[in-house]
Design a protein around this ligand. Structure first.
Ligand SMILES: [Zn+2]
Length: 414
């Protein structure tokens, strides 16, 4: 290929990466200073410093003579760190790697290292090291932490296959942005739900004998104040396990599937009192989803043909506006149409899904003064709603009921 002055310069610098590491080994700058100097991320700076520490002076000199690039050194470093067999001939292996690095492509070198280091590590695998799970103590800027697990590969593969279908369904139904996100949600939810059930059983508590799987002590509970009472607050709350979270994230996480709220109010004397706990359920459960999917086979938007099983369950009267999570107030709506639906009828913008107060048919009203438009998607005719409507109309017809809106009369046989 033809080179240009800048390419030439870059190639020369990149192939003296070991020289850079020698200097870093001697000067030991702080990662943040190095990142600022090179205009790179903190991660890149840290990688440079880690590799400068990993190799000794002789190894760096050999890599410098072989004119290895930074990526090649990083790749060698990655496997060098993984090599856990203390009996391995490290010097011989290093010489072999340097020789190969000159001749092989980087991909070939990586495959070779993976194979060789894997084989060497398996030789000492008769003494398996213990499993572990580590929870990160620091929290990312988005309020999330990490869980890292070492466990037998078969157990992890089994775990992955057990949640795979569920994760894909969750992703296709729009409840997660990726399958990886869905898996994280499923694993977290499983562990927490299981733990809470165990705890509730040992507590042996229930509220009014209701069949709630969570013991009262372990149920999420939030206090919601009216906005005008929240002056000078930053919206952050402290949970009973010592984590500071923002109210919205807390409510979203904790109110699913069981949650309790209380509303503070001023009594006549001016003191603050709390309402009795109000149970809140925000998401449709599987049984409700099943009924709704059977009743309305596609997204309720008249111009959409997305099958209900890939849809979200939409509250016709918004949950935030007090709409209950009950079948008469819910309908399948695809992710896009759920997002653009005007939840607040006083601010018309994109149109709104509504239920006809007489026939109970669910349609969409583009503007407040326009009539409802109903889906004409072919599967709708076979859906439970239209089938039931047709059935009741026929019953009304046979029993001589004039209007489908008056209650059907039951014929008695003498
Ligand atoms: Zn749709």
């Amino acid at each position: 290929m033809t080179t240009t002055p800048v390419l030439d310069l870059l190639a020369r610098v990149l192939h003296d990466a070991a020289g850079l590491l020698v200097e870093l080994q001697a000067s030991r700058p702080k990662p943040e200073d190095l990142a600022r100097l090179l205009g790179t991320s903190h991660l890149t700076a840290t990688r440079l410093l880690r590799n400068a520490e990993l190799f000794d002076a002789d190894q760096l000199a050999a890599m410098r003579t072989a004119r290895l690039s930074l990526d090649t050194i990083f790749t060698i470093g990655k496997y060098w760190r993984k090599l856990s067999n203390s009996q391995a001939d490290r010097e011989g292996l290093f010489a072999d790697v340097i020789a190969r690095a000159g001749a092989d492509s980087l991909n070939e070198l990586e495959e070779h290292l993976k194979e060789v280091v894997g084989a060497l590590n398996r030789q000492c695998a008769d003494k398996p090291r213990s499993d572990w799970a580590r929870f990160s103590r620091t929290v990312d800027c988005d309020g999330k932490g990490y869980l890292n697990i070492k466990a037998p590969a078969e157990a992890l593969a089994r775990m992955n296959s057990l949640i795979d279908d569920e994760a894909k369904a969750m992703f296709h139904q729009g409840h997660a942005c990726s399958i990886a996100e869905a898996k994280a949600t499923i694993i977290t939810r499983r562990v927490i739900t299981y733990g809470e059930r165990e705890a509730s059983q040992s507590e042996g508590e229930g509220v009014n004998g209701e069949d709630n799987p969570l013991g009262f002590k372990y149920r999420p509970f939030v206090v919601i104040c009216h906005p005008w009472l929240l002056e000078k607050r930053d919206g952050k709350y402290l949970t009973t396990d010592g984590t500071v979270v923002d109210l919205r994230g807390y409510a979203d996480r904790m109110l699913e599937p069981f949650g309790w709220v209380t509303v503070p109010y001023r009594n006549f004397a001016g003191g603050v009192e709390f309402s009795e706990p109000i149970e809140v359920r925000r998401f449709a459960d599987d049984a409700q989803r099943l009924v709704l999917t059977a009743a309305y086979p596609t997204c309720a938007h008249p111009d959409c043909r997305i099958a209900a099983r890939y849809c979200q369950i939409h509250h016709i009267q918004a949950f935030a506006a007090g709409g209950p999570t009950e079948i008469p107030n819910m309908v399948p709506l695809c992710m896009r149409h759920n997002k653009e639906n005007d939840d607040d009828p006083t601010k018309p913008c994109n149109g709104r899904i509504e239920k006809d107060p007489v026939t109970s048919r669910i349609g969409r009203r583009r503007w407040p003064d326009e009539p409802l438009r109903f889906t004409k998607a072919p599967p709708t005719r076979y859906g439970a709603f239209e089938q039931s409507r047709a059935f009741f109309d026929r019953v009304d017809e046979y029993s001589g009921v004039a209007s489908p809106n008056s209650p059907p009369t039951i014929a008695t046989v003498e």
